[in-house]
Design a protein around this ligand. Structure first.
Ligand code: PXL
Length: 264
């Protein structure tokens, strides 16, 4: 029997050939929430659980035409942006904000070693072109440090940084990935103040793509029509469950993927 039409979400992100992070993770996160996932690729990476070997940027004209093709035909209710490769890719997205539905911006500025992988001019472009339209912003600790110029060591620092980033015109900012007292803490600044979302840390190497998946799950819930203050804690629980479920998986010699479908 045919089931109801699912909502549609779009991810604008890079690919990870190991399918731990990027577009592959986002599509799984969308599917786990019962959302039809679409995608526009910014950069193709040759990557596994251990390393990124190569990166081939997609011409911005082709990035734009992917977004145009999807949005011309499918009812995109929410979009997540991930790795945008260079200032022109960011401008290509910014030119199309009116067609993206509710927006989650995951500003990917550093690699897993916390080294910068995008030019510094991107920081200001994110702030002026994308943040004001975003419903939710999800920098990790390293990205929040770059975007605010403040050091983040404690959950209190993360909360301060999240509040500071609201000044760019975003309603909800979640600074992710702070480890403190055996808890994985996200500092969430919303319209009513700051809240800390905590989950027990899990002893596992399989954490590749957690940031991508968290942001994509928020976008999926927004596509369903959830308000952001429901979507954000729902996504935190979904990803905490996914990390716990894949803790003992043995996929690859490095940081393996998480179990998006742990509830299925
Ligand atoms: O998690 C950041 C990220 C985003 N996008 C792509 C990635 C990664 C990390 O590996 O590969 C494509």
């Amino acid at each position: 029997m045919s089931r109801p039409t699912p909502p549609v979400a779009l991810t604008i992100a890079g690919t990870d050939s190991g399918a731990g992070a990027g577009v592959g993770a986002d599509l799984k996160a969308f599917a786990a929430q019962g959302v039809h996932g679409t995608f526009a690729v910014t950069v193709v990476t040759a990557q596994n659980t251990v390393e990124v070997r190569d990166a081939h940027p997609i011409p911005t004209a082709v990035l734009g035409s992917q977004i145009d093709a999807v949005t011309a035909d499918l009812p995109v209710a929410a979009t997540k942006t991930g790795l945008l490769w260079g200032a022109d890719a960011l401008r290509t997205v910014a030119d199309r904000l009116d067609r993206l539905g509710r927006l989650v911006v995951d500003p990917v500025l550093v690699n897993s070693k916390r080294e910068r992988i995008q030019p510094t001019e991107m920081d200001a472009l994110y702030r002026t072109l994308l943040f004001p339209t975003a419903t939710v912003l999800t920098p990790n600790v390293a990205e929040a440090q770059l975007l605010t110029g403040r050091d983040i060591h404690t959950s209190a620092d993360a909360a301060t940084a999240a509040s500071a980033l609201q000044d760019a015109g975003v309603e909800h900012v979640v600074v992710t990935g702070l480890l403190e007292d055996g808890q994985a803490i996200d500092a969430w600044a919303g319209p009513d103040g700051v809240e800390l979302l905590a989950a027990p840390t899990v002893d596992t190497r399989n954490i590749h793509g957690t940031g991508c998946s968290f942001a994509a799950t928020i976008a999926a819930r927004l596509a369903h029509g959830d308000p952001a203050d429901v979507a954000i804690p729902t996504a935190k629980d979904a990803i905490a469950g996914a990390i716990a479920a894949s803790a003992r998986w043995e996929l690859g010699a490095g940081h393996g993927p998480i179990d998006h479908f742990w509830r299925n």
